[in-house]
Design a protein around this ligand. Structure first.
Ligand SMILES: Nc1ncnc2c1ncn2[C@@H]1O[C@H](COP(=O)(O)OP(=O)(O)OP(=O)(O)O)[C@@H](O)[C@H]1O
Length: 631
């Protein structure tokens, strides 16, 4: 058994060994036993009328007394367990399964239709639950089937909303963005990436919902809308007993206690499952990342202090002989404008050409533009750094290029050409790649490595199949070949013992290994461009070095261009041959690393960025430079 399953099993065991867990388990055993054996054991006492013992108070023979027909109330209460529990389970099954379907619709149908479904769900939720049940019960007609359908249908809106909320919280994860860029269809994303990650909270809530359904049935039958004589459930018994509560209190108290007992048992079961499955923790981890981290001047932290000096930063050489891209591309003196330079000089088509890229975001007072007229080229095989302070628009730029930004953000571009493909219409489409051909091309030729290594891989799936997916989808490989290639790619990114590791889950990997697995995923195709959005920020310095070295090696061996995003100029100068400097949504300077290191930066912001990097050889007592207010 995998380590994760063993861990989960032991956590569940300890949850069931807690006082709440023991109470839930005992309650369940009692309910299950009564559901199975009560009709056989007490069926005859429950249905045999005794004209000599009508409406008798509790006695040794009839411990809850008898009803108006002389039947034993205790026996009837026990026998009613089967119908009450089975009806609650049936209604819950209907409500939960249809609720999940409804909750998934916005993900499958796309934004516009999805919104209508959401609005309908919200309207239904605004309607008081019990009123909805009664209304539906009247429409469906009195009786057992009508009651099951009424309660089942009434469960749908709440469960749909829950599924929707949980799915939305997963939808912001990097692995969903990665799946989108791989061209995976919405239904497949839903079934493979979203639902497996939300199933546990859904299961827990199903248990609590069953408790609610049970009480709703009791309510319906009590009102005479549910089970009809001669059948009886606890609600029906309550209905019959309430009128005689002063004569034979057991007639009302017995079924009432039974309803409370079953309701509490289901709730405790939900609570125990939630603890055992770690739902609270899991849900908070599923929350989407904040749109932006704190702004302010460039952060030059301890990591940078340890890897400063422009020689061999992070252990990666960038000597001209090993740099893959044409260094002549760069002319720092062209200033902030996009350069057509290398195309003119070398005649080589850039692998990525961006012109006039803008991103607009709504605010309370109107629109703001976090990315303004951004333009740049990346040559085949070139490693380009994109630096800038937090919030300067680096991630938005990358995500727009990959077509991963969604409403309410508005993306427009005069041109985004990637590997001969016109991606401008895709920008801002939220990853809805129109044609299969484009999806396949993007999926195999553009790779993304994200900042948060934990969020980059789907935690519910083993790493091997995730890496193999693109081979299955776009390269037409069969499962065996795709999985062999995935193992080969994991080996290529130096995952030790790749065959065993491919069977593990992401949480069994270290942070650096997860980043490398993301790279392996990108290498299933032959990426012309790897967009690495702060791939090393969350890693410690040694692992950071490994990932940077690997990126460099991959770029050299596969000939892939790299757009390397970082707020750490020291790391960028170690890996890249050219740097795009972003400031307040604009690219204010494009400069060759050699020029940057030699202090030939022209823009004051670039100069300030550089001055803020501490040096190993500098005066330790001198305060670090800060980036002041720039016009
Ligand atoms: N989904 C969004 N909706 C509205 N504004 C957003 C959204 N995402 C980002 N922004 C804003 O756009 C600006 C640029 O954000 P972006 O994430 O591109 O910055 P960044 O340069 O990548 O920063 P960091 O280095 O911290 O990742 C920020 O001011 C941010 O608040």
């Amino acid at each position: 058994m995998a380590r994760s399953s063993i861990k989960k099993a032991s956590r569940l065991r300890s949850a069931f060994l807690s006082p709440i867990g023991i109470a839930a388990a005992l309650g369940l055993v009692v309910l299950a036993a009564l559901t199975i054996i009560a009709p056989a054991v007490w069926g005859s006492a429950a249905s045999t009328a005794d004209p000599y013992n009508l409406s008798r108070p509790p006695s040794a023979q009839h411990w809850l007394g008898t009803d108006a027909g002389g039947r034993d109330i205790g026996a009837r209460t026990l026998v009613a367990t089967r119908l009450s529990i089975l009806m609650a389970l049936a209604a819950t099954a209907i409500g939960v399964s249809l609720g999940v379907v409804v909750g998934c619709l916005p993900t499958v149908l796309g934004r516009r239709t999805g919104r209508m479904v959401t609005a309908a769900v919200n309207l239904a939720i605004a309607f008081p639950g019990l009123l909805l049940v009664i209304m539906l019960a009247v429409i469906m007609g009195q009786g057992l089937l009508g009651a099951i359908l009424a309660i089942g249908l009434a469960i749908i809106p709440a469960y749909g909303r829950l599924t929707q909320t949980l799915s939305a919280s997963v939808a912001g994860r990097d692995y969903i963005a990665a799946a989108r860029i791989l061209g995976i269809s919405r239904p497949r994303i839903l079934f493979r990436h979203v639902l497996p990650n939300v199933r546990e909270p859904l299961i827990v809530n199903a248990s609590i919902t069953a408790g609610g359904a049970l009480i709703a049935f009791a309510g319906l039958s009590f009102l005479g809308l549910g089970v009809q004589p001669p059948s009886y459930d606890w609600g029906r018994l309550l209905n019959e007993g309430i009128g005689r509560i002063w004569v034979t209190p057991g007639a009302a108290v017995g079924p009432a206690v039974a309803v409370v007992f079953a309701g509490v048992t289901f709730t405790l079961l939900g609570e125990t499952l939630a603890r055992g499955l770690g739902i609270e923790r899991r849900v908070s981890r599923l929350l989407p990342p904040k749109p932006a981290r704190a702004g302010g001047p460039v952060q030059v932290g301890s990591e940078a202090a340890e890897i400063v000096d422009h020689e061999g930063v992070a252990g990666v050489s960038h000597s001209p002989s090993t740099s893959p891209g044409p260094r002549s591309v760069v002319d720092s003196r062209t200033g902030p404008q996009p350069v057509d330079g290398f195309e003119r000089v070398s005649g080589i088509q850039p692998v990525l050409r961006v012109r006039g890229l803008r991103v607009d975001a709504p605010t309370d007072t109107g629109w703001r533009r976090p990315v303004r007229d951004v333009g740049f080229d990346i040559a085949p095989g070139e490693i380009v750094g994109l630096v800038g302070e937090s919030g300067s628009g680096k991630s938005l730029t990358c995500l727009s290029v990959a077509g991963l930004l969604e409403e309410p953000l508005q993306v427009t571009a005069e041109e985004i050409t990637f590997d001969g493909l016109d991606l401008a219409p895709l920008a801002g489409s939220g990853g809805r790649v129109g044609s299969r051909r484009l999806a396949a091309a993007l999926g195999t030729r553009m790779a993304l490595v994200f900042q948060d290594p934990m969020a980059s891989l789907n935690p519910a799936l083993r790493v091997g199949p995730q890496v193999a997916e693109i081979g299955l989808l776009h390269e037409g490989l069969d499962r065996q070949t795709a999985s062999e290639r995935a193992i080969d790619r994991l080996d290529a990114v130096r995952i030790p013992d790749p065959r065993r590791r491919a069977r593990q889950y992401p949480h069994e990997y270290s942070g650096g290994m997860r980043q490398r697995a993301m790279l392996a995923m990108g290498l299933m195709g032959t990426p012309s461009l790897i967009i690495a959005d702060e791939p090393t920020t969350a890693l410690d310095v040694t692992v950071q070095q490994e990932v940077l070295r690997l990126l460099h090696q991959v770029s050299r061996e596969a000939g892939s261009a790299v757009l390397f995003v970082s707020h750490d100029i020291a790391v960028v100068t170690g890996l890249c041959t050219r740097v795009l400097v972003m400031f307040r949504g604009e690219i204010v300077e494009q400069i060759a690393v050699d020029d940057l290191v030699a202090g030939r930066a022209e823009h004051p912001y670039t100069q300030a960025l550089l001055a803020a990097v501490p040096s190993m050889t500098g005066d330790r007592n001198r305060p670090l430079a800060t980036i002041g207010d720039l016009p």
